[in-house]
Design a protein around this ligand. Sequence first.
Ligand code: PDD
Length: 287
Amino acid sequence: MSVYPVIMSQTNFVHRDDLTYPYEERGLQFGDGVYEVIRIYNGKYYLLNEHVNRLFRSAEAIKIELPFTRKEITNLLQKLLEKNSMTTDGKLYLQASRGSAPREHTFPADVPANVYAYMEDFPRNLKNLSDGVSTITQRDVRWENCYIKSLNLLPNVIAKQEAKENGSYEAILHKDGVITECSSSNVYLVKDGKVYTHPTTNNILHGCVRMRIEKFTRDYNIPLIEEAFSISDISAADELFLSSSTSEVLPIVKVDNDTIGNGRPGKITTRLQEAYELDANLIKHKV
Ligand code: PDD
């Protein structure tokens, strides 16, 4: 695994060994910040504008002033790729917190946001993409502003750990039986040729990959219905899949003890995977 030595800190670049953080830092002490994870394929960002726009939406929602414009951060992130000579498949992590100040719940006055971003190798998981993954259901105990990509991920961390301990890949979250999304991805159900997914209310993150899936379904004339489905709909589903920048369009073949369809990725999921690969300029993988 390559180590990419250069990190973006504020609006400068530093070596990763030279980045230090104070202990009184609001991201560390309060989770008072926002973040993005951006996929890199063949040394290029995928859906960069979508991620940058969402970063600004999240920051604005919690009143963090970012120290750059959309154009400036886009240029900085492009420079970061170049400075790291990144040419393969990877992912970028970017975080912006309310800054460093003595610990006090209320916002500090005149303190600049702390921002950093770094990249790492992240190869595609072709086996999961071809075979699908198993999942469990878990109660969605998060707050009511899940459209903000906030650093507060404790409920997500606990739900995903539960999935891992059950030998599963992801946790599908539900509020009183109504499916919202997964711990770190959006989720979709296919029934009779139609794709169902939770509407983009405050209860879910509007995924950048989901935005593309909205386009793919239009391109392929697949009805996408933004209507939440329930745990009780799952056992009769034809297909189920999830989406995120790290998981792409990923078939779900098992939920708790229910096998979905015939236990193999379904037709519509496979078609959307192909659309994703075309969109991201990827070489087709064997399904
Ligand atoms: N998670 N929903 C949640 C709760 C997420 O955390 C994510 C992404 C998504 C999908 O968003 P996108 O398509 O923009 O990646 C949906 C990232 C990958 C993470 O936290 O690592």
